[in-house]
Every structure is written in structure tokens, then in C-alpha cells.
Design a protein around this ligand. Structure first.
Ligand SMILES: Nc1ncnc2c1ncn2[C@@H]1O[C@H](COP(=O)(O)OP(=O)(O)OP(=O)(O)O)[C@@H](O)[C@H]1O
Length: 471
């Protein structure tokens, strides 16, 4: 994974925004507070600490204008790397080359003096980030308006909620003409109005600057970034297209695979994917031969021809060779969307009554089967998702070799016209605790043909519009 497209063609020197070479960060961990003192007093004649490497030999080159997400579980080293790049932390080894003015939005409050008011902190922070006195004076009102925290702007920052601190920090960062914006999870602390304001700013910023972004929100990562870097145990384990890296990361996090290191998991996954592609190719070749036999036997009568056309449509939208993961207790065989008459379709319209069908085979006994799906737009944002735990359906246990078909019948929402993909999942357990047995990423693709949606992500099932003049 490390040799992914994003890594293959190294940018020329002029294109580089951030270059991190062989960077490591070692912390000294003292078992008891007095050990720190002993270490100081004995000046290295004996070691009272153990070393902990939060970052190990990190190489990372980010181009000017790239938007890069850092993902990884708690403690993976994401914040440490951002702090090193921002110059807040000194690395233990390696070198860094950062070109351009950085606006770092790191740990909350770290850039503010808690005893000073918001207003005073605006001046301090903006000046640390490189603005002159005149520029600060010119932009102060805009910063206050962006932060939008009312009279609190005159109160000491120690009285602020975490959301208020985030608002103020973001407001300053948005007004310092940064060329590199570094954002560490700040979007998760604000309310929805703030998050939307920041997201709007980040989207605009992406057009002109370099973005380095840490978030546990995979939706935000796929929507805002064009590259994702997965850190685990202080090293880079994957670097590439956000939805692929995020998928592998989620597969590792979701299952019992967490006992494996991320590196071992990725190796195993890559081998399994290669084998699956071979097996699927063989199966498809066999299916093609069988289909030919049907054509010769059935002859060119209308009914056979219709069935073939529909099969062809279904096959074009269900992809077997997609990324998949899981414990292997079930295998998804086919998925399709039917119209109200039970006819498979590859195009849907907002408001249509449709059934999304998933057919699978149990490869071990599953006593609490769950079948689910999630529909995503072309940016990888989940539009809607559902699974069998969200109904009163009582599902009996399935045994090895049982085939089962789940049908989710619903009025299709009003979405923008275009292509949508669907993740499919078979699990065993409850909605809170389950084991994924087969999870296929973007396996079902279909088109929304007609849409009344002119603005926004989705439309509404408008029941009627009235207008009265001088009522
Ligand atoms: N000052 C410190 N002294 C000792 N260990 C530290 C220190 N700061 C961080 N660490 C350790 O370094 C590792 C990396 O921490 P870091 O905060 O970079 O992780 P992270 O990926 O940002 O995690 P999270 O998602 O929880 O924010 C963790 O194991 C953490 O305990």
C-alpha cells in the first residue's frame, strides 16, 4: 500500500509543501515521579526511564495544494506528527522541510493564554502566526464575527467551553493567509453551525492551500481529502486514496483482526484480495460459458431475451471483485434492486418503490444474522444505510450451506441524479456487538436517473405547493 499512486511519482522540489524524512519522536516514560528527579540528579549515569517511540522513521512528502488526512486509532501518533510538523514539538531524529506559512489548529487551548480575554488572544495568536499589527487591526472584526461567541470575546479564555475555544482558534487560523492548514480533530468539538462553517472554509481553503487533517470521521475524510495516510504504532502503514485506506482501516478496527498488527493485517488482506480476484475471474468465466448454453437452448424467443437483458443489467451493477473483508462465515453472492413488480433495475427515480435485495450463503452457523447496506454518493458520503436489526424481523439461525436473501423495500429517497455505490454487509450478533462476516465495499452500483433536486444533497417528497395572493 505504501507504494500507492500518491507515493509513486515523487513531486519535484518546487511542488513540495511538507517533507518529513526519517522523523522519530521518543518520549521518556518514568514509572514514578521521583525517577524524573533522580534522572536529573544523576545526569545520565543510570537510566530511570524507559523509551517510548511515538513516531518511528516517518517519511512523508506532501505536495503544495494536496489535502491529506491522517487516520489511525487512539495513540497511533497522529497528533504527535502534527505537532512535529507545526514546530510545536522537537523530533528526536530525522529532518523536516515545511514551506509556507502554517496555521496549526492543534490541541484545544494550546495556542491561547487562558488568563487573557478572547480579544487579547486574537492579537497574540495572529501575531505568532505572522500577521503584522496593522493586519491584526484590519482583520479583528472579521475574526470576531467568524468566532461568533458574543460577549464572551471579552472574557478570559479559561471560562470558555471547548466549542468556544475551537471557534476562536479556527477564526484566527482562517484569517492569517496560511498556506498550510493543519487541523487536529477540531471539527468534532463544535456544534453543527460551527462545523458547517469550518467545513465551508476548509473546502474553500483546499482550492488554494495545503491541508493536513486528523479526524476519526471517515465521511469528512473522504469528502475533504484527496489522500489518506494511516498511522499505526507510530509508523505509516498505508498511504493512498482515502476511501480505500479508510476501508482497510475500518476493516481492521471493526473485527477481531485488531490482535494483528496493522501491517500484518494489510499483508493478509492483500493476499486474500488477490486470491478472491482470481477465484471471481474463474467463476465469471464459468458463468459466461453457462450463459451461452442458455442462449443456444432457449432460442431467440422474447422471454429468454428479456431475462438475458435483465441478467446482463444486474451483472453490470453488482461487482464481485471489490474490496471486501470479514471473518468468512457468510459470502454475499449477488445483490440487485427490483422495482415494485419485482423486476431488476439498474436505474431508479426518487420516490420509486424499490426493493434492495442481497443474496448470500452461510459458510458457518450464524445464530443472529444481520444483513445491511449503506448507499454512498460519488464523494463516498453515506446517503442512507439500513440493516435487519432496525426492524422487528425475527431471523432464525442459518446453517452451513443455507442460502438466504434479504429484501429491503422502501420508497427511494430523492437524491441528485448520478451514480451511487452501495456497501453490503453480513454480520452476526446484535446492533451493538457483532462480527462482520462479509463486508463488500461499493459492490452494488446503480444510477439515479431522474431528480427534482436542484440544490442540496437530497430532495423532499413535496406533497403540494400553494400560494395565495392577499389571502
Ligand atoms: N508527553 C508525552 N509523554 C509520553 N507519551 C506521550 C506523550 N504525548 C503522547 N504520548 C504517547 O504517544 C503516543 C502517540 O500519541 P498521539 O497523541 O500522537 O496519538 P493520536 O494518534 O493523536 O491519538 P488520538 O486519536 O487519541 O488523539 C501515545 O501512545 C501517547 O500516549
Amino acid at each position: 500500500m505504501k507504494d500507492d499512486t500518491a507515493m509513486q511519482d515523487m513531486p519535484s522540489d518546487g511542488d513540495v509543501s511538507i517533507r518529513v524524512s526519517g522523523v522519530g519522536k521518543c518520549y521518556h516514560i518514568y514509572a514514578r515521579p521521583q525517577d524524573r528527579l533522580l534522572q536529573f540528579l544523576l545526569r545520565g549515569r543510570r537510566q530511570f526511564y524507559r523509551e517510548f517511540w511515538a513516531l518511528k522513521d516517518i517519511d512523508l512528502t506532501i505536495r503544495r495544494g494536496e489535502s491529506v488526512a491522517l487516520i489511525g486509532r487512539n495513540g497511533a501518533g497522529k497528533s504527535t506528527l502534527l505537532q512535529v510538523i507545526s514546530g510545536v514539538l522537537q523530533p528526536t531524529g530525522g529532518s523536516m522541510d515545511v514551506r509556507g506559512r502554517i496555521a496549526p489548529l492543534l490541541e484545544l487551548g494550546s495556542s491561547f493564554n487562558p488568563e487573557f480575554s478572547g480579544m487579547e488572544n486574537i492579537g497574540l495568536s495572529a501575531s505568532v502566526l505572522g500577521l503584522s499589527e496593522e493586519q491584526i487591526a484590519e482583520r479583528r472584526e472579521a475574526i470576531i464575527a467568524f468566532a461568533d461567541i458574543g460577549d464572551f470575546i471579552h472574557q478570559p479564555v479559561r471560562t470558555y467551553s471547548s466549542g468556544m475555544q475551537a471557534r476562536l482558534a479556527f477564526a484566527v487560523a482562517a484569517h492569517v493567509d496560511a498556506e498550510i492548514l493543519i487541523v487536529d480533530e477540531i471539527l468534532s468539538v463544535g456544534d453543527i453551525a460551527f462545523t458547517q462553517k469550518c467545513t465551508r472554509f476548509i473546502r474553500e481553503f483546499r482550492e488554494r492551500g495545503t491541508l493536513l487533517f486528523v479526524s476519526h470521521d471517515i465521511g469528512a475524510i473522504t469528502a475533504l481529502c484527496d489522500r489518506a495516510v494511516w498511522l499505526s504504532g507510530g509508523t505509516v502503514v498505508a498511504d493512498g486514496v482515502p476511501r480505500e485506506v479508510a476501508h482497510h482501516y475500518k476493516a481492521w478496527m471493526a473485527g477481531p483482526q485488531q490482535h494483528m498488527t496493522a501491517q500484518d493485517f494489510l499483508e493478509t488482506l492483500k493476499t486474500a484480495e488477490a486470491e478472491a480476484t482470481e477465484v471471481e475471474a474463474e467463476a465469471e468465466a464459468e458463468a459466461a460459458v453457462e450463459a451461452e448454453v442458455v442462449v443456444t437452448q432457449g432460442g431467440p424467443d422474447g422471454e429468454t431475451a428479456l431475462v438475458q437483458t435483465l441478467d446482463a443489467q444486474v451483472q453490470t451493477v453488482f461487482r464481485r471483485d471489490v474490496l471486501s473483508s470479514g471473518e468468512g462465515g457468510a459470502k454475499i453472492l449477488q445483490a440487485w434492486i427490483e422495482d415494485a413488480r419485482g423486476t431488476p433495475v439498474s436505474m431508479v427515480n426518487g420516490g420509486d418503490l424499490v426493493t434492495l435485495c442481497i443474496e448470500a450463503e452461510a459458510q458457518q452457523t450464524l445464530d443472529s444474522l444481520i444483513v445491511g447496506f449503506g448507499v454512498k454518493d460519488r464523494l463516498g458520503q453515506t446517503m442512507f444505510a439500513w440493516d435487519t436489526t432496525k426492524t422487528d424481523l425475527v431471523i432464525p439461525p442459518v446453517n452451513v450451506g443455507d442460502r438466504f436473501r434479504a429484501g429491503f423495500r422502501f420508497h427511494f429517497p430523492y437524491l441528485l441524479g448520478g451514480t451511487y455505490t452501495t456497501n453490503l454487509a453480513i454480520a452476526n450478533g446484535t446492533s451493538d456487538m457483532y462480527i462482520q462476516h462479509h463486508w463488500m465495499y461499493d459492490a452494488l452500483e446503480f444510477h439515479v436517473q431522474w431528480s427534482t433536486v436542484a440544490q442540496g444533497l437530497f430532495g423532499i417528497p413535496m406533497d403540494g405547493v400553494s400560494l395565495a395572493i392577499n389571502p
